[in-house]
Design a binder for this molecule. Structure first.
Ligand code: TPP
Ligand code: MG
Length: 439
């Protein structure tokens, strides 16, 4: 038989056999984790070029780590955004509210009130700083871990819970996976489960904004794992070629479900370093330092507004919890990492900073935690009146076929009837909310 291309390996002369490198995380469950490979430069040591600089001037900032809060909890260096204490307290509260929301809704899933939930624990600074640094009119194209932006923009918590419970008040009519919010009036683009699609969408939106002569900019978020998607690179090319007014964020929380960041390229270069290849500005920032994130976001937003073009920001952080309620991280990583993460916890860091300024106290903090927990509890109780998973108080079954076509095409009409017939066979006691046949 002719050679099919699967002939056994053979040596040619003295050439070594070819090999692939398959990344392997440094530590697995039960290992003593050593963080010495994570370089944490001193806070305040990073230079801050002008927002209108040539992209190449940001090259050192793509491998460094922009940090503002130092070990004594002071804000130092040229990236200190010099925010007033009242703003800092509002940021602290938004982070605490986001964490309280996550904690309660996670428990709701365990109680069977929803099928699914995703926390952003440890990454709150990234969302909250973004919401504070951008204008309310700027458009956000988030991934599923930026609920903090919606919360900080004042979206009603009860609407979020209605969506998570897929109940009769869910504005998305139960058509989206829980946590995949959509809030046009809050500049929060529909979250998509198809990773990285938000990147080209954000760049397209930003280009349209420029074409229309508008002044609003766009921002997009992907996880470091999702940055391995083709959409990421297509978006980078468009953003660079047309100098789109967009801030492109990579949240490097070290993990993509059970895959460590090495599978997305972290062993080779920082994620921010990709900016240089596309000829755009790049920044790498301590994602657990809310002042550093705010300053980086503000810098990039100002640059975009001044027609300086796109910026790629890598937020270096750690996913403190499991990927979602369907995940058990103790199966693939060391459980101590969460406590030992060298860049600490973003809420604790801002709290200590405010205390060091004499603008906050442990007692005030404890009182705030109680307040935000009550606020979330009240929202969930209110949403529960509209129904929880499996209690039948969802949008009428037939509505799943509506709202796409002005008139339902014949094949969907058939599918709708078939679905209703199947449902009647499986659940003979089912009382349809509408006539059983649509015809
Ligand atoms: C295109 C696509 N591929 C794969 C998945 C399955 N998936 C959902 S979340 C996830 C991990 C993403 O990790 P990362 O981008 O680092 O974001 P993080 O969850 O850490 O915030 C994967 C692989 C998907 N939803 N879409
Ligand atoms: Mg990740």
């Amino acid at each position: 038989m002719a050679d099919s291309g699967s002939a056994p390996a053979r040596s040619r002369g003295n050439l070594p056999p070819l090999q692939l490198h398959v990344p392997e995380p440094r530590f697995r469950p039960g290992d003593q984790v050593d963080y010495s490979h994570i370089v944490v430069p001193p806070a305040g040591a990073q230079t801050r070029p002008d927002e209108t600089c040539d992209p190449i001037e940001t090259k050192p900032l793509c491998v460094d780590l922009i940090r503002v809060l130092d070990d004594e909890h002071r804000a130092v260096g040229p990236w200190d955004p010099k925010l007033d204490p009242e703003t800092l307290r509002r940021m602290l509260r938004s982070m605490a509210l986001t964490r309280a929301f996550d904690d309660r809704l996670y428990r709701s899933q365990r109680q069977g009130k929803t099928s699914f939930y995703m926390k952003s624990t440890g990454e709150e600074a990234i969302s909250i700083a973004t919401a504070f640094a951008l204008d309310r009119e700027d458009m956000v194209f988030p991934s599923y871990r930026q609920q903090g932006i919606l919360i900080a923009r004042g979206y009603p918590l009860v609407e979020m819970v209605n969506q998570i419970y897929s109940n009769r008040a869910d504005k998305l009519k139960g058509r989206q996976l829980p946590v995949m919010y959509s809030a046009r009036d809050y500049g929060f683009f529909t979250i998509s489960g198809n990773l990285a699609t938000q990147y080209p969408q954000a760049v397209g939106w930003a280009m349209a904004s420029a074409i229309k002569g508008d002044t609003r900019i766009a921002t997009a978020f992907v996880g470091e794992g999702s940055s391995a998607e083709g959409d990421f690179h297509a978006a980078m090319t468009f953003a660079a070629v047309y100098n789109a007014p967009v801030v492109l964020n990579i949240v490097n929380n070290q993990w993509a479900i059970s895959s460590f960041s090495g599978f997305a390229g972290a062993e080779r270069a920082t994620f921010a370093a990709r900016a240089e290849g596309y000829g755009i500005a790049g920044l790498r920032v301590d994602g657990n330092d809310i002042l550093a994130v705010y300053a980086a976001m503000q810098w990039a937003a100002d640059r975009a507004r001044a027609n300086g073009g796109p910026t790629l920001i890598e937020h270096f952080t750690y996913r403190a919890e499991g990927h979602s309620t369907s995940d058990d991280p103790s199966a693939y990583r060391s459980v101590q990492e969460r406590e030992e993460w060298p860049l600490g916890d973003p809420i604790t860091r801002l709290m200590r900073h405010l205390i060091a300024l004499g603008e906050w106290s442990e007692d005030q903090h404890a009182a705030m935690d109680r307040e935000v927990a009550e606020e979330v509890k009240a929202a969930t109780k209110q949403a529960e009146k509209n129904g929880i998973l499996g209690h039948g108080m969802h949008h009428p079954f037939h509505t799943m076929f509506e709202d796409v076509f002005e008139e339902l095409p014949w094949h969907l009409e058939e599918q709708a009837d078939q679905a209703i017939r199947e449902r009647r066979t499986k659940f003979p006691d089912w009382k349809p909310e509408v006539p059983e046949s649509r015809s």
